[in-house]
Design a protein around this ligand. Structure first.
Ligand code: ATP
Ligand code: MG
Length: 426
């Protein structure tokens, strides 16, 4: 029978890679919690309407990328393409706005977008998502950005990443800018790529984001959104930059940096790398002051970011060769025969409860096979018990690198393994 393969654009994370995922998740939790963020977990699917309203009807995500289906009762549901809309829904639904402001939350997990799969771009992918809600002060923007960079720093990636910063102003001035932009682009419409011609009609700001060289040439000469900021938005942007300066955080102001979702205002930012080819954005975020109200909640402002975990894991993989660090056992216990197995089962359990990583053979294989297995697993030690040792209440403790071995009473084995492993870790 033919075997069943996974779905296109969806991938398995095998044990050799999972260690890097755990490192990313641990660094995220530690960093975010130091800044006072708490974890929140929300469902993987929501009513379709939430994303249509929360992300924007005219965005690429809502127009082309959502996994939308009717459930058996005929209700339209969508697998979440991003987390912010779901977090805002939860914030409103559970009245989290009564908590001390800013309300600081984070989540992590899979997102779903129907995109063209390639390296660093998948149909099920994973994000870390962080939101600070209810505080309009520009220092929050700077703190959120600092936290994002600290997260990358904790993974040793800071040197390989650049922070790009922009302000896309307030809705009123942005509208005026968009008509300026359309007025500038219209006469050159024929030179734009097909997608940008479509964007020009639907979501002109997104043209600025196009990577096609012909479009780039035009975009370079387009009016800058930074020239159109309202006095308030201008002051906000100055303040964010000054706060980043105060923390010694370098950034590049990029007036072409616009984000794909409708809800952003004022501060937008992206963290990019030169090491991943076309999929260069590792994280992106910004301020979204009208979103909660738009979704039927309070007039609370918000700011947040999302990190693409696959891309971070790819970067980490380039750093440490290919395999990452597998978790090796610290010892393999090798019983030769069933009686020895019965004697070693409780020893293995005691050693594991003492915090050691222990592999146990089942007494069915010959010693050379067991030693081969121990070597393949990367274990530094083996403790072998045959009939002879069993009779004497001892084990042969063997250093698998040097081949040196000595006998040691079974009653003292766990203690001995603990001190040997502790010495090795030093
Ligand atoms: P891109 O320009 O790469 O399409 P985006 O603007 O659509 O990114 P966001 O919605 O801001 O991305 O998501 C934040 C981060 O999530 C991105 O910077 C990226 O690292 C990651 N990401 C987005 N889409 C995918 C995907 N299909 N596969 C893997 N990672 C993704
Ligand atoms: Mg995208």
């Amino acid at each position: 029978m033919p075997s069943i393969k996974s779905v296109r654009g969806v991938r398995d994370i095998l044990p050799a890679e999972a260690e890097r995922w755990q490192r990313v998740e641990d660094a995220a939790r530690r960093t975010f919690e130091a800044y006072g963020y708490e974890e929140i977990r929300v469902p993987l699917f929501e009513r379709t309407e939430l994303f249509a309203r929360g992300i924007g009807d005219e965005t690429d995500i809502v127009k082309k990328e959502m996994y939308t289906f009717d459930d058996r009762s005929g209700e339209s549901l969508t697998l979440r393409p991003e987390a912010t809309a779901s977090l805002m829904r939860a914030y409103i639904e559970h009245g989290l706005h009564v908590l001390p402001k800013p309300v600081k939350i984070y989540t992590m997990g899979p997102m779903f977008r129907y995109e063209r799969p390639q390296a660093g771009r998948y149909r099920q992918f994973h994000q870390l998502d962080v939101e600070a809600l209810g505080e309009p002060h520009p220092a929050v923007d700077a703190e959120v950005i600092a936290m994002l960079l600290d997260f990358f720093g904790a993974l040793g990636l800071a040197e390989r990443l650049d922070l790009h910063l922009n302000s896309i102003g307030d809705p009123g001035t942005r509208k005026a800018y968009v008509s300026d932009l359309v007025r500038y682009l219209k006469p050159h419409e024929a030179q734009l790529c097909a997608q940008c011609r479509e964007r020009l009609a639907r979501n002109p700001l997104r043209v600025l984001d196009c990577k096609v060289p012909e479009c780039q040439a035009l975009i370079d000469k387009a009016p800058s959104i930074l020239d159109t900021l309202s006095p308030d938005a201008g002051r906000h942007f100055l303040s964010v930059k000054a706060d980043l300066d105060a923390m010694g955080i370098p950034y590049t102001v990029n007036p072409r940096l616009v984000r794909g979702l409708d809800y952003y205002v004022r501060t937008t930012f992206e963290v990019k790398t030169k090491d991943l080819g076309a999929q260069d954005a590792v994280a992106g975020g910004g301020r979204y002051d009208g979103l909660i109200e738009e979704l039927g909640g309070s007039a609370d402002p918000g700011i947040g970011f999302a990190v693409g975990i696959e891309r971070v894991v790819l970067l980490l993989g380039q750093g440490d060769g290919q395999g990452g660090e597998r978790r090796h056992p610290q010892v393999c216990l090798i019983p030769l025969g069933d009686a020895a197995l019965k004697r070693l089962l409780p020893v293995a359990r005691a050693a594991r409860r003492a915090g050691l990583r222990v592999e146990l053979g089942y007494g069915t294989r010959k010693l050379p096979k067991e030693l081969e297995r121990a070597n393949r697993l990367g274990s530094p030690l083996a403790a072998i018990v045959g009939d002879d040792e069993l009779g004497a209440g001892e084990a042969v403790l063997r250093d698998l690198k040097s081949g040196e071995q000595r006998r040691i009473p079974l009653a003292r084995l766990v203690e001995e393994l603990r001190s040997l492993s502790a010495a090795r870790a030093r």
